[in-house]
Ligand binder design. Structure first.
Ligand code: 5GP
Length: 113
């Protein structure tokens, strides 16, 4: 089942987009948990890391490289940043379309790990 992120991919609802290519999209989180909080998603709908398969191996690799690329666009690479992906209920996942949170722009509390 599609999520709100599919609507963002399809430009049915607006988002503050940082980066886009054929396979990936990065946009600012609507409810930032840090000074800089950006989400990076593949356009392919995969629920989360647990739902990914061998077929997704290349996409997942590229997703991580895209995370690093987006962090450089945001100029977070010099001072560092944190990358999080939440999986399922206990992980606190709200949107069931795989995404990596990029958090940075300040010294992050350990509780966000
Ligand atoms: P999760 O808890 O699933 O790992 O993270 C989902 C994230 O998506 C949350 O941080 C939430 O603030 C963000 N989010 C949910 N709906 C929207 C939306 O419509 N637009 C944007 N930009 N972010 C959203």
């Amino acid at each position: 089942m599609s999520t709100i992120f599919k609507k963002i991919i399809d430009k049915e609802i607006p988002a503050n987009i940082v980066y886009e290519d054929d396979e990936f999209l990065a946009f600012h989180d609507i409810n930032p948990a840090a000074k800089v909080h950006v989400l990076v998603i593949p356009k392919k709908e995969i629920k989360n890391l647990d739902a990914a398969t061998e077929e997704d191996a290349l996409l997942l690799g590229k997703l991580q490289l895209t995370v690093a690329k987006v962090a450089r666009i945001l100029e977070l690479d010099k001072d560092g940043y944190r990358v999080i992906t939440n999986i399922g209920d206990n992980g606190g996942q709200e949107v069931y379309h795989i995404h990596y949170h990029i958090l940075g722009g300040e010294k992050l509390p350990v509780t966000l790990k």
